[in-house]
Design a protein around this ligand. Structure first.
Ligand code: FES
Length: 321
């Protein structure tokens, strides 16, 4: 097996809420798993050629398991649907090494974790970590109804119980989430973390800005790339410097797919600009970044590009592949 992947087995599977199951993955040889940090995710390779990324929800101090929470997406074409229908206790899977694009500011004195739906998954690991650090934290968990609230056992138990606030759309209006009432004005040395559907994240980010929170205090985790308009895309000439070839990438095609077609070895996983697998060095030209992976500073440097989704502002790019 590829050294960047681990052989794992489903040791437990549990119904958590309507449409949500949790899978507890352990190593096939019962050895400790690689450590992960709060907010980390793993790539789950399902054996049907599909890979999806899922946040790890258990306490990061645990080394014997990765606990994942998986929502069956109504439009699933083989990712979450495959998990729900095929991954049972005893099924062998392979997982990538944990990676974290959603790190905690552990030095902050207070953290507010705001989850919409399945966005609760990274927040659980963050809350366990904050509890171990003895830091103040609150979880605001918004769901459509109580039967869609997952991981109730953990949320109702120490160390999360006293810090969890549930907000359900079909409950008493007084308990529904309101940024003004539940979060309000910015506090020094406090960080907000948001994960959930795109509309939910956009709402929280917008509200946080209206209430005066600075962007550096607000951290966001998207489960999938935000839709980006491809209007105005132009063909690009892409040179793979080490491979010694130049290809034309038409509008509507990805740089990675055209390079792969022409025999250039590019590793690709999510194909949505969120996992970081396809990061490539830029030698010449200016990328048009469309990923969620690179930081603002990395994007501004124009030295890196995610070739699965980004394009170019210039007519050509020279890449170090
Ligand atoms: Fe995941 Fe490009 S393959 S970011």
């Amino acid at each position: 097996m590829d050294e960047t992947r681990l052989a794992a087995r489903v040791a437990n599977r549990k119904f958590e809420a309507e449409g949500i199951v949790s899978l507890e993955l352990v190593s096939v040889d019962n050895r400790p798993l690689p450590a992960f940090s709060a907010g980390a995710h793993v790539d789950l390779y399902m054996g049907n050629g599909i890979m999806r990324q899922y946040s790890i929800c258990n306490d990061p101090s645990e080394r014997h398991r990765y606990l994942l929470g998986i929502l069956k997406e109504p439009s699933s074409r083989g990712g979450s649907l495959f998990v729900h229908e095929n991954l049972q206790v005893g099924t062998d899977v392979s997982v990538g090494l944990p990676r974290c694009n959603f790190p905690l500011e552990e030095a902050a004195s207070k953290s507010v974790l705001i989850a919409g739906g399945i966005g609760i998954t990274p927040m659980l690991a963050m809350a366990y970590r904050l509890a171990r650090l003895g830091k103040s934290f609150h979880i605001h968990y918004c769901a459509r109804s109580l039967d869609r609230v997952a991981f109730r056992d953990q949320l109702d138990d120490a160390p999360l119980a006293g810090s969890t606030h549930l907000h359900v759309d079909d409950g008493d209006p007084a308990q529904r989430f309101s940024f003004g009432d539940d979060i309000g004005l910015p506090e020094d040395d406090t960080h907000l973390y948001v994960c959930g559907p795109e509309g939910f994240i956009n709402y929280i980010v917008e509200q946080s800005s209206l209430f005066g929170w600075s962007a550096s205090q607000v951290h966001v985790e998207f489960f999938r790339a935000q839709a980006k308009s491809a209007d105005g895309d132009h063909p690009i000439s892409v040179t793979a410097a080490r491979s010694g070839i130049t290809v034309e990438v038409e509008a509507g095609r990805s740089i990675a797919s055209v390079l792969l077609e022409n025999g250039v070895d590019i590793a690709v996983a999510c194909e949505q600009g969120i996992c970081g697998t396809c990061v490539t060095s830029v030698l010449e030209g200016e990328p048009l970044h469309r990923d969620e992976y690179l930081s603002a500073v990395e994007k501004a440097s124009n030295k890196l590009i995610m070739v699965c989704c980004s394009r170019a502002k210039t007519g050509s790019l020279v890449l170090d592949v």
